[in-house]
Design a binder for this molecule. Structure first.
Ligand code: RNT
Ligand code: ZN
Length: 428
C-alpha cells in the first residue's frame, strides 16, 4: 500500500507501533524528534562525480578517487548542482548540512590556484545555503591537480610542493572560518590526502614525518584561523587507487596524530580491510578522542563508495553511538559516489537510509538490554536484541516522514523521474 503523508493509515499504524515500542520501554515520539534533529552533512560530490567546478587546465584526472559509470545527467555547473540539491532537500527528512570541497570554488572564469582560494570564491554557496537555511562544511581538495600527480601532497619530498599544499590547507581553513561566521555556527573541515605508493616503498618513514610536520604547520601552529569556528578533522585510509601498498595517513597514523594534537579524527566506513567494519572501533576511539567525524559510505569488496543502504553495517554504527550515549560526540557526513544510476536518487536513497538507521538506533531498547546484561541474563539479551528487529519500525519511519513533511517510502521516485525527464535528460 502506498500511503500519502498525513493519511489516516499512517496515523493508525503509528498508534499501534507506538504501543509496541512502549512495551519495550522505548518512547517512539521522542525517538522521532531526536532523529530529525541530528545533523547529517550531505556530500556535494555525488551530483557531479567528484569533478568540481574550478577552472583548471585540461587533462586532469581524479587522482586517487574516481566515480565509475556514465549515467546521463551529471551536474556540470554550480547552478546545476544547486538545483539538484534542492530536489534532494525536498525528499529527505531531518536536519541536513552541505559538505563542500575546495574544488567547487566559483572563480568567475579565472584560473585561481588552490593555494590562492578565498572565501569570496564560495559566496554563492554561502548565500544559497543561507537561503535554504542549511549550514556548510568544508574540505580542502588535495587531488585532481598537477601538484598531486606524483601521488604525494602534504608529505611530498619536494618542499615547494609541500608548501603549496600547506597554503591550500590554510586557505581552506580560512574559507571554513568565513562560512562559520556567515552561518553563525561551526564549520567542520575534513582533511583527506591521497598520499601513498602503489608498491612497497623503501622508505615509509620520511613521508609520515613530513605529513605530521605539514599538518602541524597548516593546523596546529597556524594562528590566523579561529579553531572554534573551523573545526579540523583528519581522515585515515587503508589503500587507494595507486596507493595500494602504502598510505601515509593510515588509521594508526591519524589516530595518534589527532590525539596528540587535540584535533578530530575521521573514520570512513570504506577505509578499512574488506571484512572489517567500524562499529567496534567507536567505543575505543571515543575513550580517548573528543569527537569523531563519520563518513557514511558502503564499500563492496574495496573502498567502492556505493550508495548507502539500510544494512547491518549502517545500523551497527548508530546502535553503538546510541548504546554509548555518544550522539553529541559524532559528526555525521555522507561520502559516496555512484555515476551509474540517477544521481538524485542516489542521494535520496543514501540520505534516507542514513536517517532511517539513526531512527532505528534511537528506538533500540538500550536500557533494558543493558539491564539484562548486567544481570547476567545473556539469553534474555540475545532474545530481545533479535526480536526488537521485527517491531513495526516502518510505521515509525513513516510517522517521522509525515512529521517532517516529507514523502513516504515508495512515493518519492515519481518526482525524481519527472526531474530526470524535465531537467537531467537535457544535460548533454
Ligand atoms: C577518499 C575519502 C574522501 C573523499 C572526499 C571526496 O577516499 O573518502 O573523504 O571521498 O573527500
Ligand atoms: Zn571519506
Amino acid at each position: 500500500m502506498t500511503a500519502r503523508p498525513g493519511s489516516k493509515i499512517v496515523d493508525k499504524l503509528y498508534a499501534s507501533a507506538r504501543d509496541a515500542y512502549a512495551s519495550n520501554g522505548v518512547n517512539s515520539d521522542k525517538a522521532i524528534s531526536a532523529a530529525l534533529k541530528i545533523p547529517l552533512s550531505l556530500h556535494c560530490w555525488q551530483a557531479d562525480d567528484v569533478v568540481g567546478f574550478e577552472k583548471k587546465p585540461a587533462g586532469l584526472d581524479g587522482g586517487g578517487i574516481m566515480a565509475t559509470g556514465n549515467y546521463p545527467g551529471r551536474a556540470r555547473t554550480p547552478d546545476e548542482a544547486r538545483a539538484d540539491y534542492e530536489q534532494v532537500l525536498q525528499l529527505v527528512p531531518g536536519t541536513l548540512r552541505l559538505n563542500i570541497h575546495a574544488m567547487y570554488a566559483e572563480t568567475g572564469g579565472q584560473v585561481v590556484d588552490r593555494d590562492a582560494l578565498e572565501p569570496k570564491h564560495f559566496n554563492n554557496w554561502m548565500d544559497w545555503a543561507q537561503r535554504r537555511r542549511i549550514h556548510l562544511d568544508f574540505n580542502p581538495s588535495f587531488f585532481a591537480h598537477p601538484k598531486a600527480d606524483g601521488g604525494y601532497t602534504l608529505s611530498h619530498a619536494d618542499p615547494a610542493i609541500r608548501r603549496f599544499w600547506i597554503r591550500h590547507a590554510i586557505a581552506s581553513r580560512k574559507i571554513a572560518e568565513a562560512m562559520a561566521r556567515h552561518q553563525g555556527g561551526p564549520c567542520f573541515v575534513n582533511h583527506w590526502v591521497p598520499d601513498g605508493g602503489k608498491d612497497f616503498p623503501a622508505d615509509r618513514w620520511t613521508h609520515r614525518k613530513l605529513l605530521a610536520d605539514s599538518l602541524d604547520q597548516a593546523i596546529v601552529r597556524e594562528k590566523s584561523v579561529n579553531k572554534k569556528q573551523c573545526i579540523d578533522f583528519v581522515e585515515s585510509k587503508l589503500f587507494g587507487l595507486g596507493s595500494e601498498e602504502y598510505v601515509v595517513g593510515s588509521s594508526e597514523f591519524y589516530s595518534s596524530y589527532a590525539l596528540s594534537r587535540g584535533i578530530g579524527l575521521t573514520m570512513d566506513m570504506g577505509h578499512y580491510h574488506p571484512t572489517e567494519t567500524i562499529h567496534d572501533k567507536i567505543s575505543s576511539f571515543l575513550q580517548f578522542h573528543g569527537q569523531l567525524l563519520l563518513h557514511v559510505s558502503r564499500p563492496i569488496r574495496w573502498d567502492s563508495d556505493h550508495v548507502v543502504i539500510f544494512n547491518d553495517d549502517l545500523r551497527n554504527v548508530f546502535l553503538e553511538i546510541q548504546r554509548g550515549g555518544a550522539w553529541d560526540r559524532v559528526i555525521l557526513a555522507t561520502d559516496y559516489f555512484d555515476a551509474s544510476i540517477n544521481r538524485i536518487a542516489a542521494y535520496v536513497i543514501g540520505l534516507r537510509a542514513t536517517r532511517k538507521a539513526i531512527l532505528y538506533a534511537l528506538l533500540d531498547p538500550t536500557a533494558e538490554l543493558q539491564r539484562l546484561e548486567a544481570a547476567g541474563d545473556n539469553a534474555g539479551r540475545l532474545a530481545l536484541m533479535d526480536e526488537a528487529k521485527t517491531l513495526p519500525f516502518g510505521a515509525v519511519w513513516d510517522a517521522l516522514c509525515v512529521k517532517a513533511g516529507m514523502p513516504l517510502d515508495r512515493t518519492w521516485m515519481a518526482q525524481v523521474r519527472k526531474y530526470e525527464s524535465d531537467v537531467l535528460a537535457k544535460r548533454r
